[in-house]
Each structure stands twice: as structure tokens, then as C-alpha cells.
Design a binder for this molecule. Structure first.
Ligand code: HEC
Length: 244
């Protein structure tokens, strides 16, 4: 039979390691047990009774510095500045400011160019996000007849109306970021880059229904010639009245 023989000289590294562990645990214990305040508890140490000190004015949480207005708001001016301007206008015009549904500010200068490069993969990502966040109300083609609208929610306008086709991309971005009338804001749910990707896809949807014939390349014409005859949006969806 095999007998395990361990000489005491072989054992001492384990004893040393054990002692080290115990010492380390001791230290760890002391650090974990040090007196400290739990968040938001009272304190008698400070005069104001708060345990935490107020943040110095202008403190920005790490990763939250947003200096690029175009990217984060779709507007060229700071929203705070815009509010001041609107107030000044309102004062002059006897209290009427130009705010539209839900306080959406139409006075603000909207950016007309995308602040991110619009590539095929960005549009594809936008389509993916659109199908998650927007399709339920705006439908896959953007005509404003999504499932929720079928069940009685306020019907949004079609993306294909002239006003929305000709409007600035920054305005579309601001609608999604801030909310607009009956439409809730998606600013806190969708990161800004994804919101821009969605707007790029909305633009692609708009173009899909109003592509200028003179811009069709020979290749595109050939593709169209080969494509099966597709029904138009209104043939598929029927008039709006029937849907509701
Ligand atoms: C819960 C339903 C709902 C969802 C989801 C929704 N919308 Fe809307 N949207 C609306 C309604 C309702 C309106 C019309 C608001 C009004 O005029 O009061 C609207 C209006 C709009 C408009 C036009 C604003 C104008 O100037 O008339 C745009 C652009 C728009 N939505 C984009 C989006 C995008 C992009 C998404 C996805 C990120 C989205 N919406 C998600 C309901 C929704």
C-alpha cells in the first residue's frame, strides 16, 4: 500500500501561506468595518445635518459631459439659451411664446446635417432600433398606423407628408429626444447615437416613398424592372378611417 509521507520541511510553506491569509483577512476585516455613513443618512457632524457634502455648482458626472449640442439635442444652440430667447420673444409679444405641443420649442435652430457619419451599417442599426421603439405606433413604413394606434392611441402623422420630409433632421431628433404632444420622449431610453441612427432610417423610409425618378441609376432601373410588382402602402393598409 502507498503511504503518504510528508516531511515537516515540506509543510512549512503551507503554514506560512496560512498565516499570511489570516493576516490579510485581519486587515480586510478592519477596512470593511471602518465607520462610514450610508447614503443619505443624517449626521450631527455637519451643521446642515447632512452626511454628504453638496456637489460644487457645475459638477458633471464622469462620462456625462455633453458639450456637443448638435449630437445631444439636434439643435445648434444651448436649450437654456433658447429658453431665454423664447422668454424675451414672449415678453415682447405680450406673453405668447412659440412653444408647440408639450412645450416643444420650434424657435430653436435645428441642425440640418447629421452630426454622425451616416453609413449603411448606421442605417441598418437605425432600422433595428426603429423596429423596437417606433414601429408600434408609426408602423413599418412610417405612415402612422402602428398596432397601438389600431387599439386607439392618437395617430401620428405620416413621415411622408411634405412638412416632415422637408424639415431639418435636427427637428426629428429633437421630437424623439424631448417628446412631442401625444408622443412620449425617448431621450432617456435610447442613447443619442442610436437616436441619430433611427433618424437616418426615418430619412431612408421617406426617400423610399419619394425617390426622384431622375436620380435613378441604370442599375436601379434594372433592379426595379426585375422586382415583382409590389402593392402600394395604401393598397396594403387601406384608408386611415378603416384602420381605426
Ligand atoms: C406610443 C406611440 C409612439 C411611439 C412609440 C413613437 N411615436 Fe412618434 N409620434 C406619436 C404620436 C401620437 C405623434 C403625434 C404627436 C402630436 O402631434 O401630438 C408622433 C409624432 C412623431 C413625429 C412627428 C412630429 C411632428 O412634427 O408632427 C416624428 C418625427 C416621430 N413621432 C418620430 C418617432 C420616432 C423616430 C419614434 C421611435 C424612436 C417614435 N416617434 C415613437 C406616437 C409615437
Amino acid at each position: 500500500m502507498y503511504r503518504l509521507r510528508i516531511h515537516h520541511r515540506q509543510l512549512w510553506p503551507f503554514v506560512a501561506a496560512g498565516a499570511l491569509c489570516a493576516a490579510a483577512a485581519g486587515c480586510q476585516q478592519k477596512m470593511a468595518d471602518q465607520p462610514s455613513y450610508k447614503p443619505l443618512v443624517e449626521s450631527t457632524f455637519f451643521e446642515d445635518g447632512k452626511s454628504a457634502r453638496d456637489l460644487p455648482a457645475g459638477t458633471v458626472a464622469r462620462g456625462h459631459l455633453r458639450v456637443n449640442n448638435a449630437l445631444y439635442t439636434g439643435r445648434t444652440t444651448d436649450l437654456a439659451d433658447i429658453d431665454e430667447q423664447a422668454e424675451a420673444v414672449a415678453e415682447k409679444s405680450g406673453g405668447h411664446s412659440e412653444k408647440t405641443p408639450g412645450g416643444f420649442d420650434e424657435n430653436a435652430a435645428f441642425v440640418t446635417d447629421f452630426p454622425i457619419p451616416v453609413t449603411e451599417s448606421v442605417i441598418e442599426h437605425g432600422r433595428n432600433r426603429y423596429m423596437i421603439y417606433c414601429v408600434v405606433c408609426h408602423d413599418a413604413l412610417g405612415t402612422g398606423r402602428g398596432k397601438i394606434v389600431e387599439r386607439g392611441y392618437t395617430a401620428p402623422p405620416s413621415y411622408h407628408i411634405d412638412r416632415l420630409r422637408n424639415g431639418a433632421v435636427g427637428r426629428l431628433f429633437a421630437v424623439v429626444s424631448e417628446g412631442y404632444g401625444a408622443m412620449p420622449s425617448y431621450g432617456s431610453q435610447i442613447p443619442p447615437e442610436d437616436r441619430w441612427a433611427i433618424i437616418a432610417y426615418v430619412r431612408a423610409l421617406q426617400l423610399s416613398q419619394h425617390f426622384p425618378a431622375e436620380k435613378l441609376t441604370d442599375e436601379m432601373r434594372e433592379q426595379l424592372r426585375k422586382a415583382p410588382e409590389l402593392p402600394t402602402a395604401s393598397e396594403v393598409l387601406g384608408p386611415k378611417e378603416q384602420v381605426r
